[in-house]
Write a protein that binds this ligand. Structure first.
Ligand SMILES: Cc1ncc(COP(=O)(O)O)c(C=O)c1O
Length: 414
C-alpha cells in the first residue's frame, strides 16, 4: 500500500498514479485546470460534450428540475414528466420509426440492455437458443460484463475471470466473416452489434457498403442489428445518428454521452417495432430489467435542454465543417512524415502514430501546449471536439499536434 496516493481510485488509470490534471472550469471548447492553465478540449472530454462546457441553460434546467422533484423511480407504477418528455423527444428524432426508448445511466448499461433485449426477443418467441451476440474486433462497448464481453480490445478483457458466454467476435472489416458465422450458427444468433464508426478502438469509419451488408445479412438470417451509437449519436457525424448518416436502419440503437453532453449521466436504448412487437405481445409479461435511476428526472431535464441547444445553435452541420478543417490538416502531418496515417470523418478523427512514438508522450507534449487530445487504441491520438469549437481553436489543436509530433520525433532522433 502506498500512503501518498489520493483517495480517488481513478478509472482507466494506473492505480499507483499520483499525478492528475485537475480540471476546475469549462466554457465552450475550453477548460481550465487548478493552476489556471487553459486547454482546448479536443476530445469533448470523453467524446461526450457536444454542446460545449458551461451552458447555463442546461445547468438551469437541472437546477429547476431538482427544486421541483429531485427524483422518483420509474419502475412499475411510476413515471415523471421529465422522463416522458425526453422519451417523446428521442423517439421523434429516432432513426427507427415507431421506436420506444429504455433509459439507463451510461453507455455500458445501454449495451447490456440491448444485449439482454436481443436475447429476450428470441426467448419470448420460444427460441431461447438464439442467444449468441456477434460483435467485431476493435469494438468498444463499455465495461460491464456484457460490454466487456462484446468489446474487441484485448487488454480490456483480461483478468476479469469468465466473461459472458455466447458472444462471438468477428474480424472488424470482414463482412465475409459475419456471413460465415451466420451461415454456420445462424439459428443460434440473436443479434449483431456494431458501432457505425468504431470509436475508442481507433476511429474506423465503415468501409463502403459494410453497414448495408450487415443489414442485409441480418435480414436474411433474422438476427437483430444493434447500432452502438454511444459516440456517433447526437451530431458527431453531421446527423442525429450514424444510422442517418449511412442510411441504414438498425433494430436497436444504444446511446449515451452526447444525449446530455455530459451535464448528467444518461444513456438508453431505442427499441424498434420488431422488438417492440414481441415485448408488447403478451399483456401479462414483465420486463424484469431496469436501473434505480432509469428515467432520473434531473438527467432527463439535462438531456432535453441539451437537445434544445443542439437545435437552437444549429450544431449538426458543424461536424462536417470540423472535418473539412481538421481532416486535411491531419493528412498534411502524414505527408510531412510526422504520423503514419489518418482515420475519421466529420467530427471524429484519429491520427495513427509511427510505431516508435508513444501516444502518451505525444499527449503529454500537447498538454504542455494547451490542448487535450486522447491517446487511444491502435497507437493513435483521437480528436472529437465539442461541436461549438471555433476555427481558431481547431487551428490551435492542429498547431499543437504538429509541434508535439515534431518535438517527440526530434527528441528520439526519428
Ligand atoms: C461505442 C461505445 N459504447 C459504449 C460505451 C460505454 O459507455 P459508458 O462509458 O458511458 O459506460 C462507450 C464509451 O466510450 C462507447 O464509446
Amino acid at each position: 500500500m502506498t500512503d501518498h496516493l489520493p483517495p480517488f481510485l481513478h478509472p482507466f488509470a494506473r492505480p499507483a498514479a499520483d499525478r492528475f490534471v485537475e480540471i476546475v472550469r469549462g466554457e465552450g471548447a475550453l477548460v481550465w485546470d487548478s493552476d489556471g492553465r487553459e486547454y482546448v478540449d479536443a476530445l469533448a472530454s470523453l467524446w461526450y460534450c457536444v454542446v460545449g462546457h458551461g451552458r447555463t441553460e442546461i445547468a438551469d434546467a437541472v437546477g429547476d428540475q431538482l427544486r421541483t422533484l429531485d427524483a422518483f423511480h420509474t419502475f412499475e407504477l411510476f413515471t415523471n414528466p421529465a422522463a416522458e418528455r425526453l422519451a417523446a423527444e428521442l423517439v421523434a428524432i429516432s432513426p427507427i420509426e415507431d421506436a420506444r426508448v429504455f433509459l439507463t445511466n451510461s453507455g455500458s448499461e445501454a449495451v447490456d440492455t440491448a444485449m439482454k433485449l436481443s436475447r429476450l426477443f428470441w426467448a419470448w418467441q420460444g427460441r431461447p437458443e438464439r442467444s449468441v451476440i456477434v460483435s467485431r474486433d476493435r469494438a468498444y462497448h463499455g465495461v460491464t460484463y456484457g460490454g466487456t464481453s462484446a468489446q474487441g480490445l484485448a487488454p480490456n478483457k483480461e483478468h476479469w475471470g469468465e466473461l459472458l458466454g455466447g458472444v462471438v467476435q468477428v474480424h472488424a472489416d470482414s463482412l465475409e466473416d459475419v456471413e460465415r458465422q451466420l451461415a454456420e450458427h445462424g439459428d443460434r444468433i440473436a443479434a449483431v452489434i456494431t458501432e457505425p464508426v468504431q470509436g475508442a478502438g481507433g476511429v474506423f469509419p465503415p468501409a463502403d457498403g459494410y453497414l448495408e451488408g450487415l443489414r442485409d445479412l441480418c435480414d436474411r438470417t433474422g438476427a437483430l442489428l444493434v447500432f452502438d451509437e454511444v459516440i456517433t449519436g447526437f451530431g458527431r457525424l453531421g446527423t442525429w445518428w450514424g444510422a442517418d448518416r449511412y442510411g441504414v436502419t438498425p433494430d436497436l440503437v444504444t446511446f449515451a454521452k452526447g444525449v446530455t453532453s455530459g451535464y448528467q449521466p444518461l444513456g438508453g436504448v431505442l427499441v424498434g417495432p420488431r422488438v417492440r412487437e414481441v415485448l408488447e405481445a403478451d399483456d401479462q409479461r414483465w420486463l424484469r430489467h431496469g436501473f434505480t435511476y432509469s428515467g432520473h428526472p434531473a438527467a432527463c431535464a439535462a438531456a432535453s435542454a441539451n437537445l434544445s441547444v443542439i437545435r437552437s445553435d444549429d450544431l449538426l452541420p458543424r461536424a462536417p465543417a470540423i472535418g473539412d478543417r481538421l481532416g486535411p490538416a491531419l493528412h498534411g502531418m502524414v505527408e510531412d512524415g510526422l504520423a503514419a496515417g489518418v482515420r475519421g470523418t466529420d467530427g471524429i478523427w484519429a491520427l495513427a502514430l509511427h510505431p516508435e512514438d508513444s501516444a502518451l508522450v505525444v499527449r503529454d507534449e500537447m498538454l504542455e501546449l494547451g490542448v487535450i487530445p486522447r491517446p487511444i487504441a491502435t497507437h493513435s491520438i483521437a480528436f472529437c471536439p465539442p461541436l461549438v469549437v471555433t476555427d481558431d481553436q481547431l487551428d490551435r489543436v492542429v498547431d499543437a499536434t504538429r509541434t508535439a509530433l515534431t518535438t517527440v520525433r526530434d527528441r528520439s532522433g526519428a
